[in-house]
Design a protein around this ligand. Structure first.
Ligand SMILES: Nc1ncnc2c1ncn2[C@@H]1O[C@H](COP(=O)(O)OP(=O)(O)OP(=O)(O)O)[C@@H](O)[C@H]1O
Ligand SMILES: [Mg+2]
Length: 503
């Protein structure tokens, strides 16, 4: 600055000097060598993606910013500003929420704890082949990561078998000529340590056991179109108390089989007739004939060789999954399958009584419509299985086709319909796969769908398998289940069918 001379007049240093001041000396010219060192110090110490060395790199993800221009009225509906009533990201990641594109997690027990739902049970509806069982299987497999124990209470199509084998478990096959037998009147874990129980506790547990037995026997009698009367029910309860030894009053309880019950009803002793308040054996036989004969035909038919003697299997609760496969019964007709489902469901309930607290148990009842078709008793039996499941960490999954599966058992407004509606309330999470418009209307009424979600069920969900409207408590979600490439062959029912069909 000091050396610079203006073209005209005095320079700035001259001017300052004239007034008694002095400008500082000009700085020395920069040393090139030093300058390079300073520049090196200031240079970024790492390239944009870090050093290409183990533990030194990083991969920055630049925010994908896009400019939107819209009025405030529109902006609320533009992704990603749209907000959903999100569920906590805990539990099984099932796929994605098609409204927000976020992950959709299913955690029924967590939902109960957070008061999003009142119970952890799930009910699935959907036309055949829409992906109900696939979603259930995905849920089971992914919940196994959280140590959940699964019991498939009646696998009618044998479609859970590949899933069992994938986790190293051999499913239990029920079929004529096979060694596995189930006594639906097993005492179950409620009878564990019976001798050490206090008398009051014994009484409570015996009441639970008897209630289950009576409901099941009534359901079985109903299969033949016979409705057990209150007197029949009383006779059955008395027979059960006699045969199990409970009526002797010494607190002991032994397992009974269905043929034993039938035998006692068809040939009652004078004491039994008296205990049932009949004037004599003849009167008891005549009064209970219809129910006794209905039970008799099942003992000789659908129950024979499967559910008519002591249980020969044991559920392994340390295994991640246990499945009772009924595939081999499918050829024997709908009645046999329905009866088998009723027996297996009732037995499974007994087996899940008194599980260890803190453990999550999932009980799957797929193809439940086959049991519902047996009549009112069968619906009552299922209802009580749900209602009486005493385990806090137990998740019940019911898979049906359409609401009328539950409602067809009785005329509208009847007690049966009330039971069916009640049962819906016992499953606070409803998963609705594609339906035809007429059925979607039924769902709207029963489940309380609004117009928009009703259209999702009969429009959006029908465009692709695996899509479903999830109603979690009173929140609605549009969810697509995603299978990983590893899972697809395990879940795929069609692959299983193709693999099994003869060449
Ligand atoms: N999320 C999905 N992604 C891709 N394909 C799927 C999905 N879910 C199901 N599928 C396909 O649809 C087929 C039928 O699925 P699934 O057996 O689960 O239906 P479903 O509703 O249980 O039928 P049904 O009522 O007859 O038992 C599967 O074998 C699979 O090929
Ligand atoms: Mg299915």
């Amino acid at each position: 600055m000091a050396g610079r001379r203006p073209v005209n007049g005095r320079s700035l240093p001259d001017l300052v000097t004239d007034y008694g001041g002095r400008l500082p000396d000009a700085p020395p010219p920069p040393d090139r060598g030093n300058g390079r060192r300073d520049a090196a110090l200031l240079r970024a110490s790492a390239p944009a993606r870090g050093h290409a060395r183990a533990g030194h790199g990083w991969s920055p993800v630049p925010a994908p910013l896009v400019v939107y221009r819209a009025s405030t009225a529109e902006i609320g509906g533009i992704f990603p500003l749209l907000t959903a009533e999100g569920l906590p990201p805990t539990g099984a990641l099932m796929g994605y929420d098609s409204v927000t594109a976020g992950g959709f997690y299913v955690d029924p027990v967590g939902w109960v704890l957070k008061q999003i739902v009142t119970n952890p049970n799930l009910i699935f509806f959907g036309k055949p082949g829409q992906g109900k069982s696939t979603t259930v299987k995905a849920f089971l497999l992914r919940m196994m990561l959280f140590n959940a124990r699964v019991l498939v209470a009646g696998d009618v199509k044998g479609e859970y078998e590949p899933l069992c084998r994938a986790v190293g478990v051999e499913p239990i096959a029920l079929g004529l000529g096979l060694p596995a037998r189930i006594n639906p009147l097993d005492l179950g874990p409620l009878a564990q340590g019976w001798d050490r129980l206090a008398a009051a506790e014994r009484g409570t547990r015996a009441a639970l056991i008897f209630a289950r037995w009576v409901v099941l026997l009534k359901a079985l009698i109903g299969v033949r179109g016979v409705r057990a009367t209150p007197s029949d029910e009383n006779a059955i309860a008395t027979v059960l108390a006699e045969l199990s030894g409970w009526s002797r009053g010494d607190g002991r309880l032994r397992t009974v089989t269905i043929p034993e019950v039938h035998h006692a009803l068809s040939r009652p002793t004078p004491e039994l007739a008296d205990a049932c308040r009949y004037s004599g054996v003849r009167e008891m036989v005549d009064a209970t004939r219809q129910s006794t004969d209905a039970l008799g035909t099942l003992v000789r038919g659908a129950l024979a060789g499967l559910f008519d003697s002591a249980t020969t299997i044991r559920l392994d609760w340390r295994a991640p999954i246990q499945s009772l496969s009924l595939r081999r019964l499918d050829d024997l007709g709908d009645e046999v399958v329905g009866v088998a489902l009723a027996c297996v469901n009732s037995w499974s309930r007994a087996m899940t009584d008194l599980r260890r607290p803190g453990e999550i148990t999932i009980v799957v009842r797929d193809e439940v419509w086959r049991q519902m078709r047996l009549g009112v008793g069968a619906v009552q039996s299922l209802d009580s299985d749900l209602r009486l499941s005493r385990n806090d960490g137990e998740i019940q999954i019911i898979v049906a086709h359409k609401p009328s599966d539950l409602l067809s058992v009785g005329a509208a407004g009847s007690q049966e319909v009330a039971i069916a509606k009640d049962m819906m309330a016992l499953c606070d999470t409803k998963v609705m796969f594609a339906q035809d418009p007429k059925i979607a209307d039924e769902l709207r009424e029963l489940v309380g769908l609004n117009d928009v979600s009703r259209d999702w069920v009969c429009g959006w969900a029908r465009q692709r398998t695996g899509r479903a409207v999830w109603m979690v408590g009173d929140r609605l979600f549009k969810v697509t289940t995603v299978r990983t490439p590893v899972e697809a062959p395990i879940f795929d029912t069609n692959t299983a069918l193709v693999a099994e069909s003869p060449p």
